[in-house]
Write a protein that binds this ligand. Structure first.
Ligand code: IDP
Ligand code: MG
Length: 156
């Protein structure tokens, strides 16, 4: 099982799209194991996006991410990191494929609704940035018996 860090960005919250985006993850069979509606402090946004520090869009990105509340999520499942990235679609709303969150719900390249960790290392780092110990929950989900085929001993 993998856990990934998802952020519904300020545009998603302000546009009233939280429920519809969350539903896509739940519909897919992923489990929501952490959630908080919060304002991101500028220092945290800077650290989170530090890989992009040298990019021209970095100051605007930090301003955008700290401008209004966001919904921070921990999302779990077999292959959750890649599955979530595929559900999100390409970075730019203008280019993201129909059927994806970014492709269906937005047109902007910077206001692109959602963040998702892009590797296991990033997920581990980002989950630790946004969730304190104990805030990401570990609980059985009754539906897992039907979401996964576990006949072989592990969920597939
Ligand atoms: P990702 O969110 O799909 O992983 P990254 O390349 O990691 O995309 O970029 C992080 C965020 O920075 C994007 O989600 C988007 O909000 C913003 N961003 C990336 N490239 C540009 C750009 O060329 N112009 C404006 N904003 C950008
Ligand atoms: Mg990225």
């Amino acid at each position: 099982m993998e856990t990934t860090l998802i952020i519904l960005k300020p545009d998603a919250v302000q546009r009233g799209l939280m429920g519809r985006i969350l539903t896509r993850f739940e519909d897919k069979g992923l489990q929501i194991v952490g959630a908080k509606l919060t304002m991101i402090a500028p220092s945290l946004a800077q650290t989170h996006y530090e890989a992009h520090q040298s990019k021209p869009f970095y100051p605007g990105l930090v301003r955008f991410m700290t401008s209004s509340p966001v919904l921070i999520l921990a999302v779990r499942g077999v292959g959750a990191i890649t599955i979530a990235r595929n559900l999100m679609g390409a970075t730019f709303g203008s280019k993201a494929a129909p059927g994806t969150i970014r492709g269906d719900l937005g047109v902007s390249n910077s206001f692109n609704l959602i963040h998702g960790s892009d590797s296991p290392e990033a997920a581990q780092r980002e989950l630790r940035l946004f969730f304190a110990p104990g805030e990401v929950l570990d609980f059985p989900r009754a539906a897992d018996a039907w979401v996964y085929d576990s006949a072989g001993g592990k969920p597939e």
